[in-house]
Design a binder for this molecule. Structure first.
Ligand code: HEC
Ligand code: HEC
Ligand code: HEC
Ligand code: HEC
Ligand code: HEC
Ligand code: HEC
Ligand code: HEC
Length: 234
């Protein structure tokens, strides 16, 4: 009986140690300032694309030699940027930016191991940026649809770090979705050809009047034309 009791105590202790170890690991990873990829990935091979060469190292600097940071004015889709951010900033993962970036509030925001500061980010800038990165990673909105196609922030915006009142110039959207005549032709309704969201008596209106980047879109025409049947995705 006593032996059974001791075994029970030993098992409980083991269980407790294992659980706190797992808890400690999660807590360690969540801690701002922790830079170790190895907290969560035993090695990189299991998470790198198939056929990728072996990579040794323990933090983001292991990748940057071959994957140098995108420059602000290079707005092509960027698969590396997308995958590294979307995997870790989904609404489930929500990894702290400082695993890979150095941030001094109001002063500096830069990649680890890089001297150059991208821009000064205040605490409130950071809060809104975080929310938008998470939205771009896996929301039901346009941002995340584009993220899944590796369209990054400066695909739509002029910069990688838009300010909180930023909007998007239609010319940017039309670089990928234009020219406007083609878009107009695509969205002309068969039954009522003049109820075209992209060509109406309103003339040219900003895309963002209807298409929200980081929230639910809505068809502006319906503000006045309650009887029209028009739908907009996302
Ligand atoms: C807190 C835990 C955690 C840390 C720390 C972490 N990752 Fe991840 N990583 C994840 C999770 C979760 C996924 C998603 C796995 C999945 O989708 O199956 C992931 C996925 C990945 C992927 C695959 C992405 C894709 O879409 O193909 C790569 C590459 C990666 N991580 C690299 C890194 C690097 C480099 C670091 C360090 C700078 C790092 N991770 C730090 C949790 C972490
Ligand atoms: C020795 C060079 C080297 C290192 C170090 C390296 N990579 Fe790569 N990686 C490549 C090459 C080459 C490709 C093929 C695509 C390309 O040309 O960008 C690639 C492609 C990728 C892709 C697919 C993106 C694409 O453009 O097709 C991901 C994701 C990726 N690497 C993640 C990582 C991560 C995460 C690290 C650090 C843990 C890392 N790589 C370190 C050379 C490297
Ligand atoms: C797992 C690592 C990782 C995490 C976590 C991470 N980043 Fe990054 N970030 C990178 C890498 C690597 C680059 C450079 C890749 C590139 O530009 O192609 C980068 C680039 C950027 C850039 C572009 C800079 C430029 O000059 O092009 C911005 C902005 C950025 N990150 C913001 C954030 C924010 C905000 C967070 C947190 C919400 C965050 N990142 C979290 C790895 C990460
Ligand atoms: C860098 C290229 C690029 C830019 C810039 C861009 N998009 Fe897209 N967009 C895409 C891709 C790729 C898709 C997904 C494939 C597709 O459906 O065409 C997409 C999909 C869409 C869709 C959904 C289409 C559908 O069939 O459901 C809408 C709506 C859209 N974009 C609107 C916009 C608006 C508005 C802007 C500007 C704020 C914009 N896009 C900027 C590339 C881009
Ligand atoms: C008045 C509201 C409104 C404005 C302004 C607007 N759109 Fe649309 N857009 C819509 C609606 C509604 C749809 C869905 C129409 C459909 O599916 O036939 C749509 C669909 C789209 C699609 C998907 C087309 C497809 O392949 O089915 C793209 C891309 C798009 N818009 C881009 C733009 C761009 C770029 C601008 C700015 C130049 C813009 N929109 C301005 C309402 C608007
Ligand atoms: C598909 C195009 C598209 C992409 C990609 C995109 N945005 Fe936006 N963003 C918009 C549009 C359109 C607006 C105008 C406000 C709105 O409609 O939501 C906007 C507004 C903003 C604003 C100001 C409004 C606010 O809610 O604070 C910020 C900041 C912002 N975006 C940051 C980002 C960041 C960071 C990324 C990358 C992670 C990004 N955006 C990617 C289209 C995009
Ligand atoms: C500010 C209110 C307002 C907005 C927004 C608006 N309209 Fe109109 N529209 C009117 C008025 C007023 C008339 C003329 C009176 C009428 O016939 O209802 C009209 C007439 C029309 C007509 C011809 C009459 C009909 O009912 O068929 C069409 C087609 C039309 N609008 C399409 C659009 C489309 C497409 C949009 C969105 C791109 C739009 N309107 C946005 C107010 C508006």
């Amino acid at each position: 009986m006593k032996r059974l009791y001791l075994t029970f105590i030993a098992l409980c202790t083991l269980l407790y140690l294992l659980c706190t170890a797992a808890g400690a690991k999660a807590a360690e990873a969540a801690k701002p300032g922790n830079r170790y990829c190895t907290t969560c990935h035993i090695d990189f091979t299991s998470v790198l694309p198939k056929g990728h060469r072996d990579v040794k190292g323990e933090d983001i600097t292991a990748c940057l030699g071959c994957h140098p940071p995108n420059t602000i004015d290079k707005a092509e889709p960027n698969i590396f940027f997308s995958r590294i951010h979307r995997a870790h900033l989904s609404s489930k993962a929500k990894l702290d930016c400082t695993v890979c970036h150095i941030w001094t509030p109001g002063k500096r925001f830069a990649l680890r191991g890089q001297k150059q500061s991208m821009v000064a980010l205040s605490r409130s800038d950071m809060t809104s940026l975080k929310n938008i990165f998470i939205s771009w990673s896996d929301s039901p909105y346009l941002d995340s649809l584009h993220g899944s196609q590796n369209v990054t922030c400066n695909g739509c915006h002029d910069t990688m770090l838009p300010k909180s009142d930023d909007t998007v110039d239609g010319e940017k959207c039309l670089k990928c979705h234009g020219p406007l005549e083609d878009l107009v032709a695509k969205t002309a309704p068969k039954d009522f050809p003049d109820r075209n969201p992209h060509k109406s008596h309103l003339g040219e209106i900003a895309c963002a009047v209807c298409h929200q980047g980081h929230g639910a879109s809505s068809v502006y025409c319906l503000n006045c034309h309650k009887n029209f049947k028009m739908k907009i995705a996302r």
